[in-house]
Ligand binder design. Structure first.
Ligand code: CAA
Length: 258
């Protein structure tokens, strides 16, 4: 454990549960917390037993954003020197699928964490917002870049310029959220989802993530080329042979056996 504000538990089925645990401050993302999160993600990146990460928070709210008290006197020099928002690089570039579970508020930097997840399960009471404008600042961990790519410019501008709060239904409708679940089912559904993904081929999950992420950055022709190359790679994988052989033998495939 690298900090009492971040916990990480590995599940035998192949996923790791990464937990933000600072509910008394509404899981505000202070530097110690984001540093610990970045370190944990670096470890999980290299951990061959972890194929999927389930990111969640303790308490009633996912995360109330950057720690405003900590930022109060922060200068641009300090922010640059301390690599403020560094965990966002670790999460944004994480190569394995990340499932985010969101209950209550996901604000500012909290919403940016959500924007970096690959699958987002939201409780019916989830609220997403970028209130930075009301603090006289703006997103600094990808909000102005990822959000419009996820939900389109009109919706992103609405959130970023006005601080509009989006409920779970609106967030699902516009593509920020994958599925909505009742609050008391969120953790169970998240764990089931993570176990299900972790039973699939880790190598292929990562290739699919890489290709989909590339679609946000690459022109179509280049993205199609990348997809083709990754698809061809799967043909040489033991997991691909196992998947297709299991189909013909009418049994469940056993992936990740190598
Ligand atoms: N930073 C630091 N402390 C925070 C915090 C934050 N972002 N959000 C909540 N807290 C603290 C409060 O100061 C309070 O601490 P004390 O008990 O010591 O006074 C405690 O958490 C509980 O907060 P509230 O009493 O306000 O709790 P609430 O349940 O009534 O309201 C809330 C919850 C709606 C999330 C409200 O706390 C809130 O609006 N928080 C600020 C949200 C915000 O503006 N986030 C954007 C930050 S900027 C950013 O993220 C991007 C960037 O890089 C600039």
């Amino acid at each position: 454990m690298v900090s009492s504000m971040i916990h990480c538990a590995k599940h035998p089925s192949g996923y790791a549960e990464l937990v933000i645990d600072r509910p008394q401050a509404r899981n505000a993302l202070c530097v110690a917390l984001t540093d610990a999160m970045a370190q944990t993600l670096e470890r999980l990146r290299e951990d061959s037993e972890t194929r999927v990460v389930l990111l969640r928070s303790e308490g009633d709210h996912f995360a109330a954003g950057a720690d405003i008290r900590e930022m109060l006197d922060m200068s641009a020099e300090t922010a640059r020197a301390t690599d403020f928002a560094g965990c966002c690089v670790a999460l944004g570039d994480f190569p394995k699928p990340v499932i985010g579970l969101v209950q209550g508020y996901a604000l500012g930097g909290g919403c940016e964490l959500v924007e970096m997840c690959d699958i987002v399960l939201a409780a019916e009471n989830a609220v997403f917002s970028h209130p930075e404008i009301s603090l006289g600042t703006m997103p600094g961990a990808g909000g102005t870049q990822r959000l419009p790519r996820l939900i389109g410019t009109a919706k992103a501008m609405d959130m970023l310029l006005s601080g509009h709060r989006m409920d779970a239904i609106e967030a699902e409708r516009c593509g920020l959220v994958s599925r909505i679940v009742p609050p008391d089912r969120l953790l169970e559904e998240g764990r089931e989802y993570a176990s299900g993904l972790a039973a699939l081929s880790g190598t292929v999950l990562n290739s699919i993530k890489k290709a989909v992420r590339a679609s946000m950055e690459m022109p179509l022709k280049e993205g199609l080329k990348l997809e083709r190359a990754l698809f061809h790679q799967t043909l040489g994988l033991p997991d691909r042979q196992e998947g297709m052989r299991a189909f013909t033998e009418r049994r469940k495939p056993l992936f990740n056996a190598t």
